[in-house]
Design a protein around this ligand. Sequence first.
Ligand SMILES: [Zn+2]
Ligand SMILES: [Zn+2]
Length: 271
Amino acid sequence: MIEFSNQTGPNFLIDSHCHLDCRGDSVQRTAIIERAHAAGVVALINVESAETIEANRDTIAIAHEFSNVYAVIGVHPHDAKTATEEVISEICTMANDPKVVAIGEAGLDYYYNHSPRDVQQHVFRRWIRAAKELDLPLVVHSRDAEEDTVRILREERIDEGQVVIHCFSGSRDFGKRCLDLGCYLSIPGVVTFKNPGDIPDVVRLAPLDRILVETDSPYLAPIPHRGRRNEPAYVVHTARKVAELRDMSFTDLARETVNNTCRFFRLPLPI
Ligand SMILES: [Zn+2]
Ligand SMILES: [Zn+2]
């Protein structure tokens, strides 16, 4: 068990969404977590990204190995076709573990279409209902599927503050509609890119208490690490950009996002 010490320095953040699986390489994983800690990232939300029950078990085991690493378990929309009722029910049972803080990634990915769209939609609805029954928040992945994401979230009557749109990189209109439904938005390193689309606009229009920051590592490293393997330590660059867009100090922005992340995932405040 590695303990994170309390950290009140200028870099004081939580990576609200990363993938620490490292293909079973635990030495590499420990090094990544230690570098995050050294950079002032006080907690990590580690999200399962493979489709198997075994991989979900590993995600929970990693959370038990490190005090400030938490687990989000589920089946990625890419693999929705593997999310049978048996799989969903087994994952729901596993979600009773105290280090499991949310269900996810659930949602729709119409960019890759690795699972048929109708199957993705059905499974998305199942996860929304399962998370409600478990009284856990839901981490939503949405790519090239803005209309259907909003429609399903609305039809399923999600509760205020119980859904985060992770790796938000959609349109301004999508951002507004998700906020109207009571969602949090988690801002990825894409906001630091030369062509960040509507993300800066959405960062400015969102209420401050609805913004989280994330890496989605190992993908999408922010500038100045773009093109390299991303890791939770780099969430600092994303937060710095968000602070600049909000015209506020880094320290204030960091504190707000830590509070938001703790409220959303119901974590004890790290300080
Ligand atoms: Zn995702
Ligand atoms: Zn992810």
